[in-house]
Design a protein around this ligand. Structure first.
Ligand SMILES: Cc1cc2nc3c(=O)[nH]c(=O)nc-3n(C[C@H](O)[C@H](O)[C@H](O)COP(=O)(O)OP(=O)(O)OC[C@H]3O[C@@H](n4cnc5c(N)ncnc54)[C@H](O)[C@@H]3O)c2cc1C
Length: 360
């Protein structure tokens, strides 16, 4: 009977990060379970270049020092020279994290359950096979919950006529005025004729591809982009509620990624935070680390409740962006804002609804 040093459940970005950051330089035997075909997964993860992301600079696909937040009437342009917006693709992250010295066995199986057995764990898969490991890293998470908001989106990778895009500026949020939903377009211009164009909503129901495609086409037409070739697509659902699972009592069970509380639910950003989480776990002998400070979580909660209970078309985001400079904005998005920036943010928010949410 083989007992692995650790078992990783799920080879999304956080499971991969465990393999690289915690075990990559060891000779340990690790087993990973993944029930989907991750070779088909193809999407980009965006983040601002914080100190903890600097070790991964060599695998960054592209950096932008300028980004736009706005709508049909307003364009706020932010600049940050030190902390640009960056993207890493899932494929690059996967290859990087699988290139290690340790011995990783990948089982394309669904984990059904695991439980302590002697002084290690017994893991049972859907096909009733049994595996054993000393430690568990679990990344299974719930992405939707009745009555809660999700950020759901669909995007296409397109090739257009030459000089269609300004490749130096990305569009972080271009709000369109929908009657019943908060919707924005996100554009990553990789070059003058290649871009990811994504349509995103904050909603309680997950919308279908047809709806998103219509919004993308409307936006492209409005910008005189009538002809393009589609090279790929990405879609997803990110929880806008706190969905981290309680800290396990057994110190050898570690919840990671979104399951371990890495997501910043008000924005849907999780990638760089889950990396920070795994870096912190690597230095800690505990099975849980704090990625988002108490005050950040409180502010997130108030903001999400505000979004849930009020009709928001993007005006609050635009107002917030217009009151902060690029460095302040990115520090807020990455959970690193100082006291003064936090005060500026609070001052920007609509007063009455926010006061109501604080006492909710
Ligand atoms: C398309 C897309 C784009 C995104 N873009 C950004 C971005 O730009 N910036 C950002 O910060 N965040 C982004 N996110 C949010 C976040 O970074 C991702 O959701 C990220 O994938 C979360 O990583 P994770 O490891 O926690 O979970 P997951 O990626 O969900 O990984 C969990 C893995 O576990 C597997 N699994 C589940 N159950 C089992 C089981 N029982 N047995 C075996 N395997 C199982 C799943 O198949 C999955 O591969 C994006 C998300 C998506 C979906």
């Amino acid at each position: 009977m083989k007992i692995y040093k650790a078992a990783i459940i799920g080879l999304g970005p956080s499971g991969l990060a465990v393999n690289k950051i915690i075990y990559g330089n060891t000779k340990d035997e690790i087993i990973a379970f993944e029930n989907s075909d991750i070779s088909n997964r193809d999407n980009f993860f965006g983040f601002w270049l914080t100190d903890w992301m600097k070790p991964f600079e060599t695998i960054i696909e592209k950096k932008w020092n300028e980004w736009i937040i706005g709508d049909a009437k307003t364009h706020i342009i932010h600049t940050s020279n030190d902390k640009p917006y960056c993207v890493i693709s899932f494929k690059t992250w996967r290859n990087y994290c699988l290139d290690t010295k340790n011995n990783l066995k990948l089982e394309k199986k669904q984990v059904q359950e695991y439980f302590p057995f002697k002084n290690y764990f017994k893991i049972i898969t859907a096909d009733k096979k049994e595996f054993y490991a000393e430690k568990i890293y679990d990344s299974r998470s719930v992405k939707e919950k009745n009555g809660e908001l999700t950020q759901n989106f669909f995007g296409i990778n397109i090739e257009t006529a030459d000089h269609t895009f300004d490749e130096k500026k990305l569009t972080l949020m271009h709000f369109t005025q929908e009657s019943d939903i908060l919707h924005f377009i996100y554009i990553l211009p990789f070059s003058h004729n290649r871009a990811l164009v994504e349509s995103t909503v904050f909603s309680k129901n997950v919308l279908d591809e047809i709806w998103f495609r219509e919004k993308i086409n409307d936006y492209l037409k409005m910008n005189n982009i009538n002809k393009f070739k589609e090279h790929g697509r990405e879609k997803g659902v990110i929880p806008m509620f706190f969905c981290d699972v309680a800290k396990p009592l057994n110190n050898n069970i570690v919840n990671i990624g979104i399951r371990g509380g890495a997501c910043k639910p008000s924005t849907g950003y999780a990638f760089s935070f889950l990396i920070k989480q795994i870096q912190l776990l690597n230095k800690s002998n505990k099975n849980h680390v704090t990625v988002h400070k108490f005050i950040e979580r409180k502010m997130d909660k108030i903001f999400i409740n505000f979004l849930k209970n009020n009709k928001e078309t993007g005006k609050s985001f635009i107002k917030l962006a217009s009151n902060l400079n690029g460095d302040e904005f990115q520090s807020f998005m990455m959970g690193e804002s100082n006291f003064l920036t936090k005060l500026k943010i609070i001052k920007t928010m609509p007063k009455m609804p926010f006061i109501k949410e604080i006492f909710n």
